[in-house]
Ligand binder design. Structure first.
Ligand SMILES: [Zn+2]
Length: 413
């Protein structure tokens, strides 16, 4: 069934590969797949029955990919209290609304690293809800007292009961294997491990080490025995970052205090850094944070920007992730600007949020670049994001979003 092709013409194309922009480009799509992407001079001519969109000189980009979100969490206080305060039905509607807002901000694919169950992925695939296509971790794995342990000093475990828990506890190599098996059974696309403590967890710090090298390696081995899935490691302090890479993590999430040896290891293993710098834009959200989280975050900021800049300078691969849920949902592309503040060029920031993120998610043969044969995930942005990387951050500047060939946002008059 060919319903005719769709032509997008009169645009500057940034194709996500890092190649120079193509002025006066044409992109065609049919049955949800890109047929042609390149200069107008080499483009096929529209035939009767084809639809032609004139993009008026705007910039055409791949649908963006956010490699680190939490759609199930509205703000950092909810990480603690979601599970006990919010009925599952309300939680589902709130999650769906955050997904829709994220899609309309230009993110057509997202990796949720904890708090969103497999039903959302199915619902999105079936068209029951509008949002990015999902890659899911479901829950995060830590040891007792680690980043996924939400037991308060009173002994009350906020994640022990209720349906919105994001927690898996494992305290030995064998328990780590079982946790990985449970997550894969429940539909995880990626295994999220906590290699250090964190900012929002009640009883640890970013410098505390989390799961051991052996425990992380056991989960990586278990994933490899079942068709392979990447390990995403929450890792903020230097020692835990090294443990995560040695254990086989494909990505270091946050990576704030990576040391020189950690950078060496990341380069050697080809691990991605997902620096989630948007989370440092938090001063207007301190009322949503615990006192411990505010204090920890303020103490981290300066060294984080130094160490992440050093990793970028040394050539560590970067994929864009926002930790939305901790940072605001629906302003994901503000992270592009943060990435330029640690040394990426605007083009490199865009590539981090397109091709690189697609590679990290294992989806580079389908999404992340605008090329013939890829899914037609397209975003049209006002102006030139290479001249002003803040433009895509404002969802009002994202005037067209196409996902798998289907227009999901179209706001220009
Ligand atoms: Zn996170």
């Amino acid at each position: 069934m060919t319903a005719g092709r769709t032509f997008y013409r009169n645009a500057t194309l940034i194709d996500g590969t890092g190649a120079a922009p193509v002025a006066d480009a044409v992109v065609t799509a049919a049955d949800g797949v890109i047929g042609y992407a390149g200069p107008a001079a080499g483009a096929p001519a529209p035939a009767p029955g084809d639809t032609v969109h004139d993009l008026g000189g705007r910039t055409l980009l791949p649908g963006f990919i956010d490699a680190h979100v939490h759609f199930g969490i509205g703000d950092s206080r909810q990480i603690l209290f979601n599970n006990v305060e919010i009925p599952r039905s309300l939680h589902a509607f709130e999650t769906a609304e955050r997904m829709r807002r994220t899609l309309e901000a230009g993110v057509t694919t997202a990796r949720d690293l904890g708090g969103t169950d497999a039903g959302f992925r199915t619902a999105q695939q079936r068209g029951l809800l509008s949002g990015p296509r999902l890659s899911l971790a479901l829950r995060l794995v830590s040891h007792t007292g680690g980043h996924a342990d939400f037991t308060l000093p009173t002994g009350v475990d906020l994640h022990a009961c209720g349906g919105n828990s994001i927690s898996e506890i494992a305290d030995s190599v064998q328990e780590a294997r079982v946790a990985a098996r449970r997550l894969m059974r429940d539909g995880a696309d990626v295994i999220k491990v906590c290699a250090t403590g964190g900012v929002s967890s009640p009883s640890d710090t970013p410098d505390d080490e989390g799961l051991t090298v052996e425990e992380i390696a056991a989960m990586a081995a278990e994933a490899a025995r079942h068709g392979g899935r990447p390990i995403a490691a929450h890792a903020q302090g230097a020692a835990g970052i090294r443990n995560a890479v040695r254990g086989g993590a494909a990505s270091i999430e946050h990576g704030y205090l990576v040391d020189d040896e950690g950078i060496d290891l990341m380069l050697e293993h080809g691990a991605y850094l997902v620096p989630t710098l948007a989370t440092f834009d938090f001063e207007d959200r301190v009322h949503l944070m615990t006192e411990k989280a505010v204090r920890t975050k303020r103490a981290l900021a300066e060294r984080t920007f130094e160490r992440v800049s050093e990793a970028v300078r040394r050539g560590v691969k970067v994929a864009m992730g926002t930790d939305a849920g901790i940072s605001p949902h629906g302003r994901n592309l503000a992270e592009l600007g943060h990435l330029t503040r640690v040394g990426l060029s605007p083009m490199e920031a865009i590539t981090a949020a397109t091709r690189n993120a697609a590679e990290l998610l294992g989806l580079a043969d389908r999404v992340g670049t605008v090329r013939a044969g890829m899914l037609a995930d397209l975003v049209v942005c006002e102006g030139d994001p290479l001249a002003d990387i803040a433009l895509p951050a404002d969802p009002d500047n994202i005037v067209l979003v196409v996902q798998g060939g289907r227009t999901v946002k179209d706001t220009w008059g």
